[in-house]
Write a protein that binds this ligand. Structure first.
Ligand code: MG
Ligand code: MG
Length: 256
């Protein structure tokens, strides 16, 4: 069931997603060769709790940590570990919060030091694909308009779109209707209505679109072990366009 949020509820969702953005900025400051993904997880948990919220992913369906941290060929849902980041890695950090009864959920893929130019292009194109999807996220359009915009940009640049995992509605639950795939056809799918809040989260692979679900029960990686990137915005649907509740500006200022 799709829920329509009141203005007050949208502001609570904005508060959560701005805290997620600030958390990602704090994590981003610490991303460097030698840092373990468990250390990043601890930084995020402390930051979220010190701002009066609770980590949204911790214990969600049994997930063991605050962040999903997915390195290189890992697409999403990576579990923080003793793995130490190294120069040339890319690291998707997906973060959730719960505060005042609502969820935040946003993600950013960071470069560790200097990365291969083709991998840098993958990050750039995935972020652009997100923005192209967001540009279609307005009342009167359909989910397929977002999906087609994301897919079109990724594929035009020679990359592929993950099918098994999709964006979603966001509210009092982390995963609400509708599903928001990153592939599809313009004019198809659920109608976007003012007051809906959705997460748009392209997962774009350098090589094959096919994925493997790892035996840890969580991590999803590319079948060919080539890199994958992931960026996620929470947006409220308005008549004139998307009201973006996530702030990448704070993240990019923190890491520049
Ligand atoms: Mg997420
Ligand atoms: Mg999400």
């Amino acid at each position: 069931m799709v829920t329509i949020k009141t203005e007050e509820e949208i502001e609570l969702l904005r508060e959560n997603n701005l805290l997620v953005s600030a958390t990602l900025a704090e994590v981003g400051k610490h991303i460097a060769p030698g840092v373990t993904t468990l250390e990043l997880d601890a930084i995020a948990e402390e930051f979220i709790r010190s701002h009066g919220a609770v980590p949204g992913f911790l214990g969600y369906a049994g997930f063991p940590n605050t962040l999903c941290i997915s390195v290189n060929e890992q697409i999403v849902h990576g579990i923080p570990s003793s793995y130490a980041l190294k120069e040339g890695d890319i690291v998707s950090v997906d973060c959730g919060t719960v505060m005042k009864g609502f969820y935040g959920d946003s993600a950013y893929t960071f470069a560790v030091g200097n990365i291969d130019p083709q991998v840098a292009k993958l990050l750039q194109v995935t972020k652009e694909a997100l923005y192209k999807g967001v540009a279609q996220a307005k009342a009167g359009n359909r989910v397929g308009d977002i999906a087609a915009a994301v897919q079109g940009h990724a594929e035009a640049n020679g990359f592929s779109v993950v099918r098994e995992l999709v964006g979603h509605g966001l509210g009092r639950d982390m995963h609400e209707d509708p599903e928001v795939p990153n592939y599809g056809m313009r004019g198809r799918g659920p109608l976007l209505k003012e007051g809906m809040v959705i997460c748009i989260e392209p997962m774009i692979n350098m090589g094959t679109k096919y994925v493997v679900f790892e035996d840890d029960g969580w991590t999803v990686r590319t079948a060919d072990r080539k890199p994958s990137a992931h960026f996620e915005f929470a947006v409220a649907i308005r008549k004139g366009g998307a009201d973006v509740l996530t702030d990448f500006g704070i993240i990019e200022r923190a890491i520049s």
